[in-house]
Design a protein around this ligand. Structure first.
Ligand code: FE2
Length: 445
């Protein structure tokens, strides 16, 4: 399994002409794979071109304010309502949905090693294991984070999640995400946002892949307000890339897996459900290269709160208190003077789940591995490893480049519960809380 990302030219995300993709987070995009397939001047003409069916997918209530309103019009070969045969319940026993009787609140810091590679062929769905969750899917709040490790493509198996918006972050191996809206290719360092209800299939062009899947039950992720930063910075809207329409017009036997209410159901289709020939709208999957994140930080002293690294936010009903913030620790310079430059020791009301996409995380260079995870829940103290404290307290304060890797955090107002699988599995690093105990008493008063 490739543990390092394949190099992508810097800021490729901005070059939509070169990539053939459409640029701009939340924009009203329009694309057609056949000339004239996209109706002009109306959404639902009496007879769409090429004999296509018009179908709207709404990602928000019809009446949501315009700035939050999300919907896309599909022009497809067969409408989604057509299925073949009976739906049957299927079991993905390690994939849990909030709320669940499974899991408990940890009373200490948690860290996990990456999932082992499976011996038998396992696809993206079967290779999914839930690690943490919070909130309540039915109430539209909270999130769950799963770790996947897959070595087989989904091929003719497709997935639709009615429960949540999803964010996919590969940490090893590349991923080809086929969607109703087109194709997104991801390598470690990229993320994909997949809106609720968009059908996908996950293929593995370079072999096995492991990584993270976030299910966001709450408000869709959006770019954070920038406040005094101004009009530019952090994740710039133009670096979010949307695919051009690409449809599959193939007949045969296909399986569609639906997740709804935390249960999985499958039915057979006689056609590929990725048969959208043209679409327009803003409820569509996109890719973002975290290496294009415009990092802001202190140029005088002190490490800012990590909210300065927010890429996307899912708002809650309380202003300023996120259902989930997706935060990235991307390559950057540290220049603070008379400053302890790593994150300080802290005890937060927000709960922090972290993953590492490649390389190393500067505050925890040992034991926190790509594809692994850590959890520091509400009011659980944490901070740099003792050896990092020693080094950062004494090294010279010339400008320092941090570009060893990219990690991310899913910070939530809701404390996470850890699943029984994660709490009892071999991946739990039971010695993790002990790693701070080497911090020496150095009081001189
Ligand atoms: Fe923290």
């Amino acid at each position: 399994m490739n543990e390092h990302p394949s190099a992508r030219p810097p800021a490729s995300g901005t070059d939509s002409a070169a990539t053939g993709m459409m640029s701009g987070f939340g924009n009203e995009h329009a694309t057609e794979a056949l000339p004239g397939a996209l109706p002009v001047g109306r959404n639902s003409p009496q007879r769409p071109a090429y004999g296509l069916y018009a179908e709207q997918i709404s990602g928000t209530a019809f009446t949501a304010p315009r700035a939050q309103n999300r919907r896309t019009w599909f022009y497809r070969i067969v409408p989604s309502v057509v299925s073949q045969g009976e739906w049957r319940r299927i079991d993905l026993p390690l994939w849990l949905t909030a709320p669940s009787d499974d899991g408990s609140f940890p009373h200490t810091q948690c860290r996990w090693s990456p999932q082992p590679e499976p011996h038998a062929p396992v696809d993206f769905l079967d290779g999914m294991a839930s690690y943490v969750w919070n909130g309540d899917m039915g109430a539209g709040s909270g999130l769950a984070v799963h770790l996947y490790c897959a070595n087989a493509p989904m091929d003719r198996r497709y997935f639709k999640n009615a429960d949540a918006e999803m964010v996919l972050l590969p940490a090893a191996g590349s991923v080809r995400l086929r969607t109703e809206c087109g194709i997104l290719d991801l390598t470690p360092g990229d993320l994909a946002v997949i809106p609720r209800g968009i059908k996908i299939a996950v293929d593995l062009p370079d072999g096995p892949s492991r990584g993270y899947l976030c299910e966001n039950y709450g408000a869709p992720f959006e770019l954070p307000d920038l406040g005094p930063i101004g009009a530019n910075g952090l994740a710039n809207p133009r670096d979010f890339l949307y695919p051009q329409a690409a449809y599959e017009d193939i007949a045969g036997e296909f399986e569609l897996v639906l997740k709804t209410g935390g249960a999985f159901h499958a039915c057979m289709l006689g056609h590929s459900p990725l048969d959208v020939v043209a679409w327009h709208g803003n409820h569509a999957p996109c890719r973002y290269d975290l290496r294009t994140f415009n990092v802001f930080g202190s140029i005088s002293f002190d490490h800012p709160d990590p909210s300065i690294f927010t890429v996307l936010t899912s708002r809650s009903d309380t202003p300023g208190v996120a259902n989930a913030d997706l935060v990235a620790f991307a390559p950057r310079w540290l220049v603070g003077q008379d400053t302890f430059r790593p994150p300080w020791y802290h005890v937060n009301t927000m709960s922090e789940f972290m993953g590492l996409l490649y390389g190393a995380y500067d505050a925890r260079p040992k034991g926190f591995l790509p594809g692994g995870a850590s959890l520091h829940n509400c009011m659980i103290p944490h901070g740099p490893a003792p050896e990092i404290f020693e080094a950062a307290s004494t090294h010279d304060l010339s400008p320092q480049r941090v570009d060893d890797g990219i990690s991310f955090m899913l910070e939530s107002r809701h404390p996470y519960r850890v699943t029984d699988h994660a709490m009892t599995g071999a991946g739990l690093q039971r010695d993790y809380p002990g790693t701070w105990q080497g911090l020496k008493r150095q009081f001189t008063g």
